[in-house]
Design a binder for this molecule. Structure first.
Ligand code: FMN
Length: 480
């Protein structure tokens, strides 16, 4: 079954324009910080996405900033009404992604808009592409902030799509972090062991669902996952210089090879945690061999920083749902999982039926022990009477049910990332991080008569009184 979706970024931009979630900027804007500053403010004010029509020095380019930095835009990307509530968006995402993988379809080069311009060899020059200086203090101009990198495993058919930031180093070189626990990091280890060049293709300005799939913790190949989100195969076209395939309707493709065992300076960069944490350091090297693109390309830009940016919103959403799947597969009686984007996906809220003692510890250990564990540091476990999407309710549970001594369990030796602002410089260097579980459950072994009773409208009034009050609410003179 095909869902309402947008085949390319342009159709998505048009849908956002129609729903009032995009602002067209016709004033000339400079790529050196001005464009970044506008997008930053858009993120912090949760304003509509920014579409730039005129950019200094790049008459041929337009730019699209903060593409999916609000839940309204995520709903539009999925073909839903913009005001769809978060649990409903989650329900739809889960429904689409639990069926059969949908394999991509290969199309002819002549039908692929990303091949309108083909630049090979000397003609493939990164300086000809609009790469903004996103934040003051960044180590360079970032070309890959809302994009993904395609690479293929050396021994199997597994093809990975992952969003890994890329900075322009020179006309032919990009640099960026390739974290060892990421799928591409694991692939690169195999090439590096044999000292082989690893082909890559950077896809800039993909359709929104392919972008979501590439940044999601997908248990299957991301191209099939994107197909499931669309309910249709993604259309791919072959690269010019390798056997990789890329979405035919993307804006810009940069092809080349990752040079193993060679590192160059990258960063600093404003990151998803809302800080500039990683220092300038030696990181992965992408050498460019070809650029293909549309005649009038649209550069997509995500400006990471204080909430809410795409990384925070999408990763909170998709990591949370993947974690929910994992806990359910383990038979844990959970009622839901959610992460607020403002937690920069550090804090996982899990709702559970507390049917046996220490279930919160078991949940925390599974969350931290999973493949996704390096991205989380705090787990708050609440019972089914707490709405996990409601901050007020979760804070109330945390402050009234979590025992400050036995309710807080700390694991000192967890896996982290080099990006944790709270980690010591040494912990960051080695990707180590402590983890904490907040058990907000009254122990099931307490005698029933000793369990405090929650005093809320829903909990302490008879059903018929509740119904009467709700039915008459407006009549009493209250707004909704
Ligand atoms: C806007 C954005 C930027 C990201 N940048 C990076 C990055 O530079 N490095 C990284 O390892 N992950 C980054 N991520 C997270 C990865 O996209 C994410 O881990 C993805 O699922 C790839 O996972 P995999 O390596 O397990 O395939 C970013 C995510 C988003 C939404």
């Amino acid at each position: 079954m095909s869902f309402r979706y947008y085949k390319d970024n342009r159709e998505y931009i048009e849908a956002l324009r129609k729903s009032g979630d995009l602002v067209d900027i016709h004033e000339e804007v400079h790529w050196d910080l001005e464009l970044g500053a506008i997008i930053r403010r858009v993120c912090e004010k949760k304003a509509p996405a920014a579409f730039f029509h005129k950019i200094t020095d790049y008459p041929n380019f337009r730019a699209f900033g903060a593409p999916i930095a609000t839940y309204r835009r995520l709903a539009v990307a999925l073909g839903l009404e913009p005001e769809t509530p978060i649990p409903k968006i989650a329900e739809e995402y889960t429904r689409r992604t639990k069926g059969q993988p949908i394999k991509p379809k290969i199309i002819d080069k002549k039908d692929a808009p990303c091949k309108e311009v083909i630049l090979l060899g000397e003609d493939a020059d990164l300086f000809d592409l609009l790469a903004p200086m996103v934040h003051d203090g960044d180590g360079g101009r970032y070309i890959g902030t809302w994009h993904f990198v395609v690479a293929k495993d050396l021994d199997t058919d597994f093809v990975n799509w992952g969003m890994y930031r890329q900075m322009v180093y020179d006309e032919k070189t990009m640099v960026g972090p390739i974290l060892p626990f990421s799928d591409m990091g694991k692939m690169l280890t195999k090439y590096a062991a044999k000292n082989l060049l690893m082909p890559f293709a950077t896809v800039i300005g993909p359709d929104p669902l392919s972008a979501i799939a590439s940044s999601a913790p997908s248990p299957i190949d991301e191209v099939d996952f994107a197909g499931m989100l669309m309910g249709e195969p993604v259309e791919l076209v072959k690269c010019e210089t390798s056997d990789l395939y890329v979405p035919a309707h993307a804006e810009i493709i940069i092809e080349g090879v990752i040079i193993p065992n060679v590192l160059l300076d990258e960063a600093p960069f404003g990151e998803y945690t809302g800080y500039r944490t990683s220092p300038r350091d030696k990181r992965g090297v992408y050498r460019v061999r070809a650029i293909t693109m549309r005649k009038d390309p649209i550069m997509t830009v995500s400006n990471m920083g204080t909430p809410t940016d795409e990384g925070q919103l999408l990763r909170s959403f998709t990591l949370g749902l993947e974690m929910e799947r994992l806990l359910r597969d383990q038979g844990i009686p959970i009622t839901g999982v959610y992460m607020w984007p403002e937690s920069t996906h550090h804090l996982v809220v899990v709702g559970v039926k507390p049917i046996y003692a220490n279930i919160a510890t078991q949940i925390g250990q599974l969350v931290f022990g999973s493949k996704l564990g390096p991205w989380f540091h705090m787990v708050v476990v609440v019972d089914e009477g707490t709405d996990i999407y409601n901050k007020d309710e979760v804070i109330h549970a945390l402050c009234t049910k979590c025992h400050p001594k036995r309710g807080i369990r700390i694991e000192e030796h967890g896996v982290g990332t080099p990006l944790n602002p709270f980690a010591s410089p040494e912990e960051r260097l080695y990707g180590r991080a402590p983890k904490v579980i907040f058990d907000c459950l009254f122990p099931p072994e307490w005698p029933k008569s000793m369990v405090p009773i929650k005093v809320s409208f829903e909990n302490v009034y008879p059903k018929e009184i509740q119904e009467k009050v709700l039915a008459n609410w407006k009549k009493y003179g209250f707004p909704d």
